[in-house]
Design a protein around this ligand. Structure first.
Ligand code: SF4
Length: 84
């Protein structure tokens, strides 16, 4: 019984570690400056001085994973990648 509990706990730790390491990137050549990503997930994306979106963090902060993925899915030109 205690063996199964330990397995569940290890799985949860690995899952959180994986989320914490999530990274985001933008192929800026395809950005049309719609501002969707900067609005949906300002913790990760912002509009740069050249008018295009940029990633302003090394890793997606804890708690911003879902909105970062929403930005990836919602980008009209599919130039955002969010993952490991
Ligand atoms: S959602 Fe896509 S096209 Fe729109 S600003 Fe962000 S990267 Fe650019």
């Amino acid at each position: 019984m205690s063996y199964n509990t330990n397995c569940v706990e290890l799985h949860e730790i690995d899952y959180e570690k994986e989320i914490y390491k999530m990274k985001a990137s933008i192929d800026r050549d395809g950005c049309i400056a719609c501002e969707l990503c900067a609005t949906t997930c300002p913790e990760v994306f912002r509009m740069a001085d050249d008018g295009l979106a940029e990633v302003h963090v090394d890793e997606v902060p804890e708690g911003a994973e879902e909105s970062a993925k929403e930005s990836e899915e919602g980008c009209p030109t599919s130039v955002i990648t969010v993952g490991d």
